[in-house]
Design a protein around this ligand. Structure first.
Ligand SMILES: Cc1cc2nc3c(=O)[nH]c(=O)nc-3n(C[C@H](O)[C@H](O)[C@H](O)COP(=O)(O)OP(=O)(O)OC[C@H]3O[C@@H](n4cnc5c(N)ncnc54)[C@H](O)[C@@H]3O)c2cc1C
Length: 748
């Protein structure tokens, strides 16, 4: 028994620890930052105020992770983020393709706990900061109410991923909150501050459940009494929608979104319980009689508050013009997505989106505090204008940037330098290289893949694409459709099979993007009209212009009287897309008018079947020597022949190479948005992904025999570097309709 006598006062149990890097805030960005740093050998702590990881994507708030794929709703092809966030999403879809947020929590916990260099402090609130001097943080002070323990945690570096920026704020770092004037960065999309407000609001979600029997609902006193007149968009509500679909239940953008959070939370609870009262008791929705409220979030999802100042502030023009910067370390691609500050009570459209024609890049300088020497700023609090934040704030983009910070912090530890070191044009190359070789895609940045580059590579077969397979039935040409293909200077002679419902004319076009790295086919190179007689037939099309670099769009213009024969084959770096929507911005927005060409999602997805008269030879083993591990300007992949069920690759060097790591980069369908929650995904392993493979050395010694792979990167490390003069890699074809493919082999 413990008996303690009166002492006058006591202090909490206080523990002190020190780390290389403390990641403050365990949202998805914080998790990706910490894992990246820990895998580089840094001693890392994550301090998270709540009982689970994931921030807004956790089961407490229940958003989904989205990023540059923009949910496959714009022209950003193969744009899912790489590195740790990709690994997490692949793990999640493998375990949890139904998108259950509770299971996503556990994916994050497992990933963090698998890292021996990470100490996880859950339920631990950071409340203050101790400084070494004016520009250097010494430690943070935290408290865990569950174990009644205070912590004083010191570190060489701090990555503030808390959203509101508790560490950056307390350390005195400069920040902004609200919207910039349009003229400051010449941002045409900046809204009228009076009418629109200056901040995005918070939201709270709820889930409902059909119990199968009549359920009475008596609203709590807090419930809004007159939602039908207070909420202009309520008229269009689908009462069966819940969770993420009601993202527009938003409010608080005219208040202080840090200090007024409790007030905003109560207002949102008032809205949720009032709307449910309206659904259940207004008499307008008799079909909801058997429904009950199953869950209401207790924590508001925050979109925007403080934005801290880095050495660079990303702005609208970086995004829309897709500007490159010497120190790019991440990319984004969500639209600039602005919401009226009055949220649910506003009669304005709940959101206005402006997309760039492709993905844009984010410089390292956005993630380094310009005031505090050992502080990184990550996630939604990173350095961007209010308008740019409208795009950078999504979780995939936040996480990709945070990974760059994790890597930078680990390199700072190894090299004994400060974060500012990598803002230098020469120095940042080392950071970019490390990131890329761990799966981070940085458009326009690539490095020599040295050891693989020296190898002579042979393969059991290489796809010479001639016939995509005319075996999947006809599909109406109900929209403009295009096959996008890395044709790289080859001829564009194709044959299609069609069914014409009556005599009609098919318009076929050859298109490409103005910017070679985009998938936005605004350049019309040639248009041809072909008269078709009613019935089935084959049509030979020969386009004159050639496209030397980048993707060709072989396009067929909408015609309700025509159906085209489809193919079920799925070939890495080839896609069929259709024109779905045109962005028509107001002139003053400074954004471009263009069409969106998007693929259908599987299982509906099919390719238009094409026969190429000159074989497409874009899938050579030489692609494995680059360090770009997804389709970009070209396929960047080796693809085996469709008939090759047991393809292999052989690498031979003229002299033995000292190799300590072999890394393979598989095709995990970077075009797939892979949302972490809310939506059921059609498969749990990407169909393009090689699942079973083996690697042998020059003497036939088995180095690994892997079964059921579903990840993008396979990393084989040897405790002691080996002398290797040859490698043989044996793969199993992933599926009947999918040839084996590989984006890269890195030997280190
Ligand atoms: C309603 C809504 C809808 C959205 N829709 C989408 C969407 O569909 N897809 C998408 O990708 N993004 C969406 N966003 C944007 C996205 O959720 C946020 O911008 C993103 O979560 C920011 O990531 P973060 O890691 O910076 O912050 P968070 O996810 O908020 O993570 C910050 C973490 O820090 C912790 N923390 C905060 N203060 C402290 C402290 N003092 N001590 C310790 N820990 C602390 C928090 O608990 C939290 O876990 C939406 C946002 C909202 C609110």
């Amino acid at each position: 028994m413990l008996i303690e006598n009166f002492t006058g006062s006591r202090n909490n149990l206080t523990l002190r620890e020190s780390y290389d890097l403390i990641v403050c805030g365990g949202g998805v960005a914080g998790v990706c930052c910490a894992i990246t740093a820990s895998r580089q050998g840094a001693k890392v702590a994550i301090v998270q105020d709540r009982p689970v990881l994931g921030g807004n994507a956790s089961s407490e708030v229940r958003l989904w992770v989205l990023g540059a794929t923009a949910s496959m709703g714009n022209n950003n092809r193969w744009a899912r983020e790489g590195g740790v966030i990709n690994e997490i999403l692949l793990e999640n879809i493998y375990r949890n393709r139904e998108g259950n947020s509770i299971l996503f929590d556990m994916v994050l916990i497992d990933k963090v706990q698998a890292e021996k260099n990470i100490t996880l402090y859950l339920n631990t609130v950071i409340h203050s900061v101790n400084k070494k001097n004016k520009t250097n943080i010494k430690s943070i002070e935290c408290f865990n109410a569950q174990n009644s323990t205070s912590y004083i945690l010191s570190a060489k570096f701090f990555a503030d991923c808390t959203g509101d920026g508790i560490v950056a704020y307390n350390s005195g770092a400069s920040f902004r909150m609200g919207a910039e004037d349009r003229d400051e960065f010449f941002e045409g999309f900046a809204q009228d501050k009076e009418k629109y407000g200056e901040l995005l609001g918070h939201s709270m979600y709820f889930y409902t459940k059909d119990t199968g029997k009549s359920v009475k609902y008596i609203a709590p006193a807090i419930a809004h009494k007159d939602v039908s007149s207070a909420i202009p968009h309520l008229r269009s509500i689908n009462p069966k929608e819940a969770g993420l679909s009601l993202w527009w239940f938003e409010w608080g953008g005219r208040l202080n979104t840090v200090h007024d959070t409790e007030k905003i939370r109560f207002e949102l609870l008032k809205v949720v319980y009032g709307v449910w009262d309206y659904i259940k008791n207004s008499g307008n929705y008799p079909e909801m009689d058997t429904y009950t409220l199953e869950w209401v979030s207790t924590i508001p999802g925050k979109r925007e508050s403080r934005r801290f100042m880095g050495y660079y502030m990303l702005n609208q023009n970086d995004i829309i013009e897709q500007k490159f910067h010497y120190d790019d370390v991440a990319f984004g691609g969500w639209s600039i997505d602005l919401h009226p500050a009055d949220g649910v009570y506003s009669s304005l459209s709940s959101s206005t989106h402006m997309h760039a024609q492709g993905i844009y890049t984010i410089p390292y300088r956005c993630y380094v505090s310009r005031d505090i020497d050992n502080l990184f700023i990550c996630g939604r609090m990173a350095s961007a204008t209010h308008v740019a934040h409208g795009s950078t704030r999504v979780i995939g983009t936040c996480s990709h940037g945070a990974q760059a910070v994790g890597m930078a912090a680990a390199l700072c530890v190894k090299k004994g330098v400060m974060p500012k070191y990598f803002t230098d044009e020469k120095n940042v190359k080392e950071l970019q290289k490390e990131l890329i070789f761990y799966g981070q895609h940085i458009p326009d940045v690539s490095f020599e893949n040295t050891i693989t580059g020296k190898a002579i590579i042979s393969a059991s077969s290489t796809l010479e694409l001639e016939d995509m397979g005319f075996e999947c039935g006809y599909m109406p040409l109900s929209n403009d459709k295009a096959v996008i293909i890395p044709i790289n200077g080859m001829s564009h002679e194709v044959t299609i099979k069609y069914k014409a419902l009556n005599n009609t004319t098919l318009i076929a076009e050859l298109r490409c993007s103005k910017k070679v790295e985009n998938f936005s086919p605004e350049v019309l190179l040639e248009s041809q009209s072909h008269d078709l007689l009613a019935g089935e037939g084959e049509l030979y099309i020969n386009f004159e212009p050639s496209i030397d670099k980048g993707y060709a769009f072989i396009t067929f213009v909408k015609n309700q009287s025509i159906e085209l024969m489809m193919s079920s084959s799925l070939i890495s770096s080839v896609l069929t897309v259709e024109k779905t929507y045109r962005q028509t911005p107001r002139k003053e927005y400074g954004c471009e008018e263009f069409d969106f060409w998007t693929p259908k999602r599987r299982p509906q997805y099919k390719n238009i079947a094409l026969k190429f008269h000159e074989k497409v030879s874009s899938f050579s083993v030489e692609n494995l020597k680059s360090a770009i591990f997804r389709p970009s300007i070209t396929s960047n992949c080796w693809v085996a022949d469709m008939g090759d069920n047991h393809p292999w690759l052989e690498l031979k060097w003229s002299s033995a190479q000292k190799i300590s790591t072999i890394r393979l980069f598989f095709d995990v369908d970077y075009d797939h948005a892979m949302e972490s929650a809310h939506r059921e995904q059609p498969e749990s392993v990407m169909p393009y992904c090689v699942k079973n493979f083996r690697i042998k050395d020059q003497d036939g010694n088995l180095l690994c025999d892997v079964k059921n792979n579903y990840q993008a990167i396979y990393n084989l490390s040897f405790e002691n570097a080996k002398n290797i003069s040859g490698l043989k890699m044996e793969f199993e074809k992933p599926m009947d309709n999918v040839p084996a493919a590989l984006f890269g082999i890195v030997c280190l």
